[in-house]
Design a protein around this ligand. Sequence first.
Ligand SMILES: [Zn+2]
Ligand SMILES: [Zn+2]
Length: 548
Amino acid sequence: MAPADDWVVRTAGLVRAEGERRNPGETPTCASGISPSGPVHLGNLRELMVPHLVADEVRREGAPCRHILSWDDYDRFRRVPAGFGEEFAEYVGRPLSSVPDPCGEHESWAEHFKEPLRESLDRLGVQVTEISQTEMYTGGAYTAQIVTAMRRRADIDAVLGRYRTRRAADPDPDPDDDEPRPGAYYPFRPYCAACGRDDTTVTGFDDETTEITYTCACGVREGPTPIAHVAGKLVWKVDWPMRWAYEQVTFEPAGVDHSTPGSSFTVGAELVSEIFGGEAPLHFAYSFVGTTGSAKMSSSRGGAPTPADALEILEAPLVRWLYARRRPEQSITLAFDAEVGRVYDEWDALTRRVAEGNADPAAQAIFARASGPAEGPLPVTPRPLPFRTLASVADITAGDQAQILRIVRDLTADDPVDDLDEVRPRLDCAQAWVAGYVAPEDRTQVREHPDPVRLAALTDEERGALKLLIDGMAADWSLDGLTTLLYGVPKLQRGLPISAPPTPELKAAQREWFILLYQLLIAKDTGPRLPTLLLALGQDRVRFLLGG
Ligand SMILES: [Zn+2]
Ligand SMILES: [Zn+2]
């Protein structure tokens, strides 16, 4: 049972109660909105994960809950994102669903950016009901609401005006509204019938006949035409509350930038009841998502990392966990650098605590949410070896599958892994991480040949240490055996038993000894853990490089 101060449980309870109060007997709705104007990054994933966790909690409690993903694909194409050719500049001002696909395999620009997010949501177990705003607007779903908004334009303008005068600089500008249009206020922006762009100015609207007239920067003068036959959309600050009423949204969070005083949520909350006869959804702001070390080594593609990038190096439950373990007001940082090893270690420790029944109720609730949605847990790696170990193995072997299997067998000598599928998908994540995010100078390059200069300069003590290792390693060629031997060599040289406790002097001697091995094996002073490195190299190669 999750603690009462758990924000997911609390919000799920509110969603059920509010849903029942507003629309008795109907399924409550949690909502997310995404603009497919460019790559959907990990910050946008929070827009989906927060409502997902709440809707999922309602379902866990045995009640139905709808989670809608509203694709803002009828928004104007505002600018060509970095990394895309200037040939797209001519489409600025058209709906995202009318801009050509940059790769040639999708129906449109919007579809091109929807697909990777859709795939990631599927892998994360996030089930949504997709709603295309292009389909809704062009299919006439909102015609009555548009007519209402146009007839009530003076009231809408008055509400907006109160916030305009209160704040000189709009903290949350309308994405449809790069600059205010001159003339009377109209909350509807036509897409020009001739050029398809929204460089239009409404010049009149007949409240009786619902006929609209407009001009366009391209020179066209259109109308009077019934507004039902005119392409276009409500401006964002009116569009959002209209959809709250239309979809009976019970809960919709938003990024902090949409939640400041005078922002679209505050304005929308007034408009939804005054104009559209609905109620504002339950709402709170969620904080930012940052990343560390996300610059990919092997790719020239810039830009913020996407959920697909995260899923390449993190098992799906870990991605869910990184979002589920923070309260909405806390920011989230996703690591793509060496920290990723620590994240896996923490997750493995939590998994063990839960399995042993030692996790506190809060941790247990978060673990359950991370493991998968209400429908059931997501697939896991059957034999979850430590990520850092798998990353070292991937690094040392440069991805050679036969070598990896040999090493993984040696690493699990007590109960050997006999098929690499037992360590997948974690192994694939480790390989992708090493290939994508470890700098070339940090990669391990095993020497092709022994280092004659260093071997010729060995002291008697160093030569003795190498002999102890070479003569002793075959006796227990396993992770544990090699660990004991490697730490034990300086002890044996001092006439101490191999189990002698460490002293400062011994520790210093061990450090020197390990540096010698790294230099002889990989021509560096540090590297992957030595027992793993030795297992990876195999006895013949170790003997060859150590001059034995
Ligand atoms: Zn495409
Ligand atoms: Zn035009």
